[in-house]
Design a protein around this ligand. Structure first.
Ligand SMILES: Cc1cc2nc3c(=O)[nH]c(=O)nc-3n(C[C@H](O)[C@H](O)[C@H](O)COP(=O)(O)OP(=O)(O)OC[C@H]3O[C@@H](n4cnc5c(N)ncnc54)[C@H](O)[C@@H]3O)c2cc1C
Length: 220
């Protein structure tokens, strides 16, 4: 198995790549884009206006962090979004509830547990979904290539349709919806599972605690 890359090395590589690929990087926030006859007007946070013929937006998921309305009345230092946390060791010795069962939730719970927080997870679905529990199914040739397309998004076989958008568009809508739900549902990567063995996970639960369902690990 590949060894994890230390964060410092990962960041240094990113900076090295950026310096060579896009040395003229602007690090200012875009607050508005408008079309005019000559192309686009791009407004930056410091008020400068840039003009350009084309715009490609690759804003990522950061601005779309969802904070459920149930938490609107709770101070942010008591109920935070996982993207706001940088160092989970600050929760050492505290009781923390993690809500959700995607990679962010599962990884946060593992790190909190390893930081000696008293952590519990609440999961709305009846099960926690895991991917890559048997890595050889993805990598062993030729089997891996038959089961999973190279982008490796979605369950076995369905992954081939997901990797071909032109084909996917031709499928009936009910099948698109069904495979979409299976392919991008919240899940965690298999190597996290052992790190959560001693964390209480209550499934079939809404955002707030109620009678716990049975925790059942399932694989794909
Ligand atoms: C916990 C977690 C784990 C993940 N693990 C994996 C994984 O293992 N493998 C994987 O493939 N993906 C993973 N992802 C998803 C991965 O982070 C994203 O798919 C990837 O970073 C998206 O790249 P991007 O370039 O689209 O966006 P980002 O990397 O988010 O980059 C967007 C950039 O746009 C900038 N930006 C946003 N708005 C503005 C603005 N108004 N003006 C100027 N700049 C702006 C942001 O500052 C940022 O630098 C994970 C995500 C999370 C949250």
């Amino acid at each position: 198995m590949n060894r994890p890359i230390p964060i410092e090395r990962f960041v240094a590589y990113g900076r090295w790549f950026q310096a060579r690929a896009v040395p003229n990087l602007e690090q200012r926030k875009v607050i508005g884009i408008a079309k005019d006859t000559a192309g686009f007007r791009v407004v930056l946070a410091d008020g400068e206006l840039l003009r350009c013929g084309r715009v490609i937006i690759a804003g990522g998921i950061g601005p779309f962090a969802v904070r459920p309305p149930q938490f609107a009345g709770i101070p942010r230092d008591l109920a935070s979004h996982s993207s706001e946390q940088r160092d989970l060791t600050s929760f050492r010795g505290k009781r923390v509830m993690v809500i959700g069962a995607g990679q962010s939730a599962l990884e946060s719970a593992a790190l909190l547990h390893e930081s000696h927080a008293d952590v519990e997870m609440l999961v709305r679905e009846s099960t926690v979904q895991w991917t890559w529990q048997r890595p050889w199914l993805h990598t062993f040739r030729p089997l891996g290539a038959v089961l999973y397309a190279w982008p490796d998004v979605g369950p076995a076989f369905i992954s081939h349709a997901v990797a071909r958008p032109s084909l996917y568009r031709l499928l009936p809508r009910w099948l698109q919806d069904s495979w979409r739900a299976k392919s991008i549902r919240p899940n965690g990567v298999g190597w996290l599972k052992p790190r959560l063995q001693n964390v209480t996970i209550s499934t079939a639960s809404p955002y707030f605690p109620r009678a716990s369902g049975e925790t059942r690990w399932i694989s794909n």
